[in-house]
Design a protein. Structure first.
Length: 404
């Protein structure tokens, strides 16, 4: 009998490294916090989550049932990359009614407005290009532009938002590809850019040559004050502004439906990028949304949701002074989902969070929302996910944690 000696395993060659942009990319601080704070009993002011009990679950379910009963072959089939015609028509009509004349062919349906940011980064940004953002800025936009290799530059501002003069100077010195802004009920601060500044931003873009990406996921959630027109509607901005919208905050985030209204050449480039990313947004979701818009009154639903969110904002404002240390400041948004807080002195809210979660309450530290040097004493509170009673209890816990 012949015994075969085992052959020594040869060492494996190392694998090629990750792309530099992937290796350098940071995860979402909000997603990381949500994973930590998912335990029962936690009052979580960290997520930007709509209140699930306010979803029109019955109306949405009926829309899906009707679509699957009446056109199952179409609903379960591939679709065009640009989006289902019925949905694009409905979106164009809603945009037109709100003061920005729009045709269906000007709309590209996306898998959430977050995908629109990725498509725009692919279509516009070369590695090393400058991209201007608000300070602080929606952190998933920072992720999208950083993954594209952009050099992300914050624009100075104040309590009213971007400073148009500072924007003008940065466009001249940095020669950026685009400005990204959430001008209405901004994430994370809740502030709204006034009409005069919107006009000034549009004028800078027209004079200097600049794309504006105007993200508007929260604009319909107004419970106080008067609506401010989109930047896209101001003189000089029409041929250089991409308007992004979403059903995530007014219908349901799980449907993952967003859209962009963009000039033709850029829209075509984003369509090609979307073909490479996912071919198209799920057909059944698009058709269900179109059916919902045809059969239900979304505007009336949004009015009801906004009214409840207003009560929840008031509950947070009523208790926040007692929860925070003396000398703290915070915003008072007229809509949307968020308050922005600054604690006095040099407190570090990232370090404080470790102690705060032990009291079964959570927030998002302000650090990851900054493209430049962060203000570590800041934090974001979401006021829409909990009831007024839960908000009051959460603020009591937060106060105890900060005092301890």
């Amino acid at each position: 009998m012949t015994v075969t000696e085992p052959v020594a395993a040869r060492p494996s060659a190392p694998l090629p490294p990750l792309a530099a942009r992937a290796a350098a990319a940071k995860g979402s601080a909000v997603r990381d916090i949500l994973a930590v704070t998912a335990r029962p009993g936690m009052i979580n002011f960290a997520g930007g989550l709509p209140a699930p009990e306010l979803f029109d679950a019955e109306g949405i379910a009926a829309a899906y049932r009707d679509v699957l009963a009446q056109a199952p072959g179409r609903a379960l089939q591939y679709s065009t990359t640009e989006g289902e015609p019925a949905l694009r028509t409905a979106l164009a009509e809603r945009t037109t009614v709100r003061g920005l004349p729009t045709g269906p062919d000007e709309v590209l349906v996306t898998t959430g407005s977050q995908q629109a940011l990725s498509l725009l980064a692919t279509a516009l940004v070369e590695p090393g290009d400058a991209v201007l953002v608000e300070s602080p800025c929606y952190l998933a936009a920072l992720q999208a532009f950083s993954l594209a290799g952009a050099r992300v530059v914050p624009v100075p501002g104040d309590d009213e938002g971007i400073d148009p003069d500072a924007l003008d100077a940065l466009v001249a010195s940095e020669r950026p590809k685009l400005l990204y802004t959430v001008p209405t009920f901004q994430n994370p601060t809740g502030r709204t850019l006034p009409a005069g500044r919107r006009a000034a931003v549009a004028a800078v873009a027209a004079r200097r040559g600049l794309w504006i990406v105007e993200d508007d996921p929260y604009g319909e959630l107004r419970f106080e004050g008067e609506r401010v027109p989109w930047i896209a509607s101001y003189e000089g901005a029409g041929d250089r502004t991409v308007l992004l919208g979403s059903f995530s905050k007014v219908m349901a985030p799980g449907m993952r439906l967003g859209w962009m209204r963009a000039p033709a050449a850029l829209r075509r480039a984003c369509t090609v990028a979307k073909q490479a990313a996912d071919l198209h947004t799920p057909t059944v979701n698009q058709l269900a949304a179109a059916r919902y818009l045809a059969d239900r009154d979304l505007d009336a639903h949004v009015v009801r949701v906004a009214a409840e969110y207003g009560r929840r904002r008031d509950a947070m404002l009523a208790g926040i002074a007692d929860a925070l240390p003396e000398g703290s400041t915070w915003t008072r948004p007229e809509g949307g989902m968020f308050l922005w807080v600054r604690l006095p002195g040099s407190r570090d809210t990232t370090e404080l969070l470790r102690r705060v979660v032990e009291h079964d309450v959570a927030y998002v530290p302000g650090e990851p929302f900054h493209a430049g040097p962060p203000d570590r004493a800041t934090l974001r509170l979401c006021f829409v996910t909990q009831t007024p009673q839960e908000i009051a209890e959460g603020l009591r816990r937060l106060g105890r944690a900060l005092r301890d």
